[in-house]
Design a protein around this ligand. Structure first.
Ligand code: SF4
Length: 504
């Protein structure tokens, strides 16, 4: 599927035809998507959605020794303020003691630039980034305005590259280009594949022959562990621990990984994703370019999916027996550890909201490992990669599934009907649930553990603690209101979804 000859990779809308609007049963979603009936679903009313720019720039800025330039009005970079410090904190956690964190600039386009063009400002910004920070790479994030007015960021990059040491990497991540923010992952991986991975001059080779032989031998049992977005350092440590336990080594990319080490990606025996929503574009290209097979089927959250993930990796290396030994010992230990906690979850109900793969796996974990009852699953979008995790819920018409990026009005209506004991969601949806009085456990946080066996136990402990005392959320629910009219709560939560092939 190589798209690397293109300056602009295809959007998820074009490439995977995901579903962005749905309400109903899991069987109807999975079946409808397989039949190709849901890709053009839309809404007759939409409250909010996401912009891929900030996701792309967040991922780019996680790579140390880089500068990200927002090419556009200054407001497009406002999201960066909310995550200032996160990159530095994460780099420090991974042992990069020289980390200076996220370095970002804006070309600050104004009304005059809309008429005269913004390319001069972009050139100045690139030269200033080079002079002030001497980075390994400069990412240019194109925004809607210069894309509409016709600035050619690839041409600017090409003109300046001979005089600039940093790799200049254009990213076409304009918000208007796609309905699916996950396109951002493809955009950044496209830049990494085109500009960082093909860099034969990068300093990576062991210095002497013996070390080189050792490196080549170890590479045969080394995997690329891809850590985009949903994995904090504690999760990396846990997954590397499990991979080591079955006799493998792991190099973790791309977030918080030095860009001059990216070429090592090409030497691994296998690429291991923790989420197809993040990585399918990258692993497919690694297979095509460097003949590196991949594992992409699930996310290692909950003991069922950890088992599936580890066995798929083990089968590639022909070490299933060893993996089963590790899995059985870990599962036995986990069962013991969960025994005193499980009684707190008996009869408790939950509502899960996040990306499709994580939402499915987390829901399985809550039922299988903890014995809770899942009432609803909300996913940002749905595509073919959801089939493996959602297969677990085949035939379950007692779970409602809502596909929606944001759309808090639909979530509020569902929560008001279902009244779960606890809500697990992402930052954008948690605040709405909390204001309705529902206890909230963030479904992802960079300093908390979610993956592997440790993740199951730690989520259980946090849930138990949360359910012991819900006073904060009760008070919040009693003292705040959402902006929706009372009549909305009596309406069908899916009444604005157009589930037709011809919907906009
Ligand atoms: S949608 Fe366009 S204008 Fe808005 S923040 Fe994203 S890139 Fe900027």
């Amino acid at each position: 599927m190589s798209y690397l000859h293109l300056k602009v990779p295809p959007t998820r809308d074009e490439r995977l035809k995901p579903c962005g609007a749905f309400g109903g049963t899991i069987d109807d979603l999975v079946h409808g998507h397989k039949e190709g009936c849901l890709g053009s679903n839309g809404r007759t009313f939409a409250q909010a959605t996401g912009c891929q720019l900030n996701l792309a720039m967040g991922m780019a800025a996680s790579i140390p020794n880089t500068v990200v330039i927002y090419h556009g009005p200054v407001g497009c970079g406002a999201g960066s303020l909310a995550i200032a410090g996160l990159s530095k904190q994460n780099q420090l956690a991974r042992g990069n003691i020289d980390a200076i964190g996220r370095v970002w600039m804006s070309t600050n386009l104004n009304e005059v630039d809309v008429i005269t063009g913004g390319e001069e400002k972009l050139k100045q910004a690139i030269l200033e980034a080079e002079e002030r920070f001497h980075p390994h790479a400069i990412f240019i994030g194109n925004t809607c305005v210069p894309a509409i007015t016709g600035d050619d960021i690839d041409n600017v990059a090409g003109q300046l590259q001979p005089d600039v040491k940093a790799k200049i990497i254009p990213l076409h991540c304009e918000g208007f280009r796609t309905r699916f923010v996950a396109t951002a992952y493809d955009i950044v991986y496209h830049g990494i594949l085109r500009y960082l991975l093909g860099d034969d001059k990068a300093d990576w080779r062991p210095e002497n022959e013996e070390e080189l032989r050792d490196y080549q031998e170890r590479s045969k049992r080394t995997v690329n562990l891809l850590n985009v977005g949903s994995m904090g350092y504690v999760d990396e440590v846990e997954l590397v621990r499990l991979l080591n336990a079955i006799g493998l080594e792991a190099n973790v990319y791309p977030c918080f990984s030095p860009p001059d080490k990216f070429v090592k990606v090409r030497d691994a025996a296998l690429s291991v994703s923790i989420c197809a929503t993040h990585d399918d574009y990258f692993v497919e290209h690694l297979k095509e370019l460097y003949d590196i097979p991949y594992v992409l089927n699930t996310i290692p959250i909950g003991s069922d999916n950890v088992r599936l993930w580890l066995l798929e990796i083990a089968d590639f290396f022909n070490i299933r027996e060893k993996a089963l030994e590790v899995i059985e010992a870990e599962e036995a230990e986990l069962r013991e550890a969960l025994k005193p906690l499980r009684k707190f979850f008996e009869g408790k109900t939950t509502f899960v909201s996040t990306g499709e793969i994580r939402a499915g796996a987390q829901a399985v974990m809550l039922e299988q490992d903890l014995g809770m009852k899942v009432l609803a699953i909300r996913t940002h979008h749905y595509d073919k990669f959801g089939e493996v995790v959602f297969d677990h819920f085949k035939g379950r018409d007692d779970i409602t599934i809502n596909v929606a990026t944001a759309q808090p009005f639909e979530q509020a209506n569902l929560l008001n009907r279902l009244k779960p004991d606890i809500f697990l969601g992402h930052a954008g949806s948690n605040v709405w649930a909390a204001r309705q009085g529902f206890p909230v456990l963030p479904i992802y946080g960079p300093v908390n553990s979610y993956m592997g066996y440790k993740g199951v136990f730690e989520v259980a402990v946090r849930l138990e603690r949360m359910l012991q005392n819900t006073n904060y959320y009760n008070t919040l629910g009693d003292t705040t209101t959402l902006p929706f009219k009372d009549f909305w709560y009596d309406e069908d939560p899916y009444s604005y979804i157009q589930q037709t092939q011809d919907a906009a």
